[in-house]
Design a protein around this ligand. Structure first.
Ligand code: MN
Length: 252
C-alpha cells in the first residue's frame, strides 16, 4: 500500500466490482485483476463481484481456461475475505463447480445486503434495462433451466461457437440501438426499490456508466451507485464507515 488513506479505508471495507469482461484477448485486464486480488482486495472484509467478470462463460467444464482467476479468487478466500458472485448477462452459466473451486458464494440477482449498517440492493443491472425489449426476450430464453440444460449438453467447442455467433449478433444489434435504450429504465428501478422496501442504497453495473445518483422515491432518499467497467482502467467501489468511494486500482 502506498497510500495510507486507502489502506485505512480498505481495512474495514466491502469492495464492489463488475464488468471486467475477462478474456484471452485482453490479458492485461486479467493481470490487473490478479494483482488487485493479491493486494487491495486482501485488506477488505468482503469482495462482491456483481456480474460480467468474464466476457463469456461456456460452462464449468471450461474451468481450465480460467485457472489463474480461479486460483486468485480461492487465494483471496483462503486469506479470510468473503467473496460473493452474482451472474451477469455474459457469465450467467457460471455454476456450482466454479463457485466451489473459487471458494465464493453465488448470490441471487437482485438481493439486499447490509453494508456498514446500510440496507443495500445489489444487482447486475441488466434487469433494469427494460426498454431493451430484444434483450429482455433473449434473457428470458437463456435463463430458462431447460434451455440451459440442453445448451450445456452440447460439446464445449459447439457452445463456444454458438456464443461467438450470439455475441457477434448482439454487437451488431447494439450499434443500431439508441443510447438511452441501453440505460436503466427509472420506473423499473422504482419497482425494484418498492418491492425491496426502499433500501437506502443501490449498487449495480452493466451499463458501464459509473456515476452516483441521488434519488427520492415516495419520501425515501436513495443513492444509486453505478460501477465502472474495466476496459480502460480497473476500478472498484469501496464502502467503509466513512461512506462510498470510487477508487482506481493501483497500477504498477
Ligand atoms: Mn452486463
Amino acid at each position: 500500500m502506498n497510500q495510507t488513506g486507502d489502506q485505512y479505508a480498505a481495512d474495514q471495507a466491502d469492495l464492489f466490482i463488475s464488468d471486467l469482461h475477462l478474456c484471452a484477448s485482453r490479458p492485461y485486464i486479467t493481470q490487473a485483476f490478479l494483482k488487485f486480488l493479491k493486494s487491495t482486495a486482501k485488506q477488505a472484509r468482503a469482495l462482491y463481484l456483481l456480474g460480467d467478470v468474464f466476457e463469456y462463460w461456456a460452462g464449468d467444464d471450461d474451468l481450465a481456461s480460467h485457472q489463474a482467476v480461479v486460483d486468485g479468487l480461492r487465494g483471496l478466500a483462503d486469506s479470510g475475505v468473503a467473496v460473493y458472485l452474482m451472474h451477469g448477462n455474459r457469465d450467467f452459466l457460471i455454476g456450482h463447480a466454479f463457485c466451489a473451486a473459487a471458494k465464493l458464494k453465488l448470490l441471487p440477482d437482485p438481493c439486499v445486503i447490509e453494508v456498514h449498517g446500510v440496507r443495500t440492493l445489489i444487482c447486475h443491472g441488466d434487469t433494469l434495462c427494460s426498454d431493451d425489449l430484444d434483450y429482455q426476450a433473449f434473457r428470458l430464453k437463456v435463463r430458462d433451466k431447460n434451455w440451459q440444460t440442453a445448451f450445456l449438453q452440447r460439446s464445449l467447442t459447439d457452445r463456444k461457437e454458438q456464443i461467438a455467433a450470439m455475441r457477434a449478433r448482439s454487437e451488431q444489434e447494439k450499434s443500431h440501438k439508441a443510447s438511452d435504450i441501453m440505460d436503466i429504465n427509472p420506473q423499473t428501478l422504482n419497482q425494484h426499490l418498492r418491492a425491496n422496501d426502499y433500501p437506502e442504497r443501490v449498487i449495480h453495473g452493466h451499463t458501464h456508466r459509473p456515476m452516483q445518483h441521488n434519488l427520492s422515491l415516495d419520501g425515501h432518499a436513495i443513492t444509486r451507485w453505478v460501477l465502472a467497467d474495466w476496459y480502460e482502467q480497473g476500478s472498484y467501489l469501496t464502502i467503509d464507515a466513512s461512506g462510498c468511494h470510487y477508487r482506481p486500482i493501483k497500477q504498477t
